[in-house]
Design a protein around this ligand. Structure first.
Ligand code: C2E
Ligand code: CA
Ligand code: CA
Length: 402
């Protein structure tokens, strides 16, 4: 498949998708109306794909599917829908009824990491197979997640974090992945809601922390001291037994707690604040660091922030990504950096995708950067490769040894 058409009434989405997909090496053409697409309808063509928004004002996706069927189109479809997955399902049924191929689905807001993995899988599989992104957890079964948790299907990818001044890697964030035997790699936006729904979040977090701790030990064995951050969920910070379970796990593994940071999102904190406050304080007393994640999107007040002993503040990536084109986003990033520093926290900017962003962050005194510019999340083996490459190309970047 070489060519991809994008049909979405939102011009911004068309532009963003076009840029992104052409970067992946496809020829792309975008339309903000299906009417224009059909006016310009390609009559050849071998193998091509259409990314189709189902909710459009003048001709909606369902109508587009009908028209494609009428023209005996051999396009492969990637459907895009909002939250209402019922539309998605009727569109799928309709397309199947007309023998149209659907090779994937995405829900808005579109995650670029998911989009990329979708195209990666399409690229790898030659003949496109269905790759579901956005509602796969609905068809995943509880028993599958149970199997995954008891077997070896849950794994971690690690994304480097660098000190902005020195460029040195100062740690990694562990991000969960599910290597499903049939469905391929499943991302957290499916895993987490499912684990929450089935009450398996405690088990998942335990598994993630366990793996992160073991991996950190392996790195130590080869002389690398790499601090690791893991994400914990609302369920963990309201579970009164979590601090003791964590303590036992760390003791069992003889793990130095100062190498571990627990990330909690600002919005998760807002649930049962009194309990979370108590639990987070107990966790901090056990010697682990605490990070407040996706900061700027929730509603925590200054006094709450001050009461919880956070050691790190992560500015939400939506502000970081847009800061060069949006004065408001820039102001928010700047304010978060100042606030973090006033409260004696390290400030991390996530979603650093360009040199320009990195440079602004440096000027504003931000401490740590994480994002695709530096590296994408990768498995432990590739992380070592990445570190070696980096130390070769920039000799001053010595690996930090113990
Ligand atoms: P997060 O904690 O905010 O993690 C960062 C997410 O942004 C990751 O997506 C990462 O791949 C992506 N990302 C990093 N740099 C960039 C960039 O420059 N540009 C863009 N567009 N994206 C970037 P991922 O791995 O899909 O994780 C999504 C979310 O799922 C995480 O967001 C986190 O909230 C949650 N999550 C991941 N692993 C776990 C886990 O083990 N436990 C829990 N409770 N949540 C997890
Ligand atoms: Ca995080
Ligand atoms: Ca985050």
């Amino acid at each position: 498949m070489k060519k991809v058409y994008i049909i979405d009434d939102d011009a911004l989405i068309v532009e963003m998708l076009s840029q992104f997909i052409s970067m992946l090496g496809y020829e792309v053409e975008g339309f903000t109306s299906a009417i224009n697409y059909f006016a310009d309808y390609p009559d050849d063509e071998g193998d091509y794909a259409i990314m189709l928004d189902l909710n459009m004002p003048d001709m909606d996706g369902i109508e587009v599917i009908r028209q494609l069927a009428e023209r005996d189109s051999n396009a492969s479809l990637i459907l895009i829908s909002g939250y209402d997955t019922s539309v998605l399902h009727s569109a799928e049924k309709l397309a199947h009824a007309h023998n149209l191929k659907i090779i994937g689905s995405l829900t808005k807001p579109i995650s670029f990491s998911l989009l990329e993995s979708l195209f990666e899988e399409i690229g790898n599989s030659g003949t496109p197979q269905f790759v579901e992104r956005g509602n796969a957890h609905q068809s995943l079964q509880l028993s599958e997640l149970r199997d995954a948790l008891s077997g070896r299907q849950i794994m971690l990818h690690y994304q480097p974090q660098i000190d902005i001044k020195s460029g040195q890697m100062v740690g990694v964030e562990a991000l969960v992945r599910w290597q499903h035997p049939q469905r391929g790699l499943i991302f957290p936006n499916h895993i987490i809601p499912m684990a929450e729904e089935f009450g398996l979040m405690g088990d998942l977090t335990a598994q993630v922390i366990n793996q992160a701790v073991q991996q950190t030990h392996k790195w130590q064995e080869i002389g690398l001291r790499i601090p690791v951050s893991v994400n914990i969920s609302a369920e963990n910070i309201t579970s009164l037994t979590f601090p003791d379970q964590l303590k036992k796990l760390l003791q069992r593994q003889h793990f130095d707690p100062s190498l571990l940071t627990l990330e909690v999102t600002e919005s998760e904190l807002m649930g049962d604040l009194k309990t979370s406050l108590d639990i987070l304080t107990r966790l901090r007393m056990k010697g682990v660091d605490l990070s407040i994640d996706d900061f700027g999107t929730g509603y925590s007040s200054l006094s709450q922030l001050h009461r919880i002993p956070f050691t790190e503040l992560k500015v939400d990536m939506s502000f970081v990504m847009n800061m060069c084109d949006d004065a408001e986003a820039m102001a928010i990033v700047k304010t978060c950096i100042m606030l973090g520093h006033e409260l004696k926290m390290k400030v991390v900017a996530e979603g650093v995708e360009s040199e320009r962003i990195l440079k602004h962050l440096e000027e504003m005194g931000c401490d740590i950067a994480q994002g695709y510019l530096i590296a994408r999340p990768m498995d432990a083996e590739n992380l070592i490769r990445w570190l070696n490459e980096r130390s070769k190309s920039e000799p001053q970047q010595q690996l930090q040894s113990q």
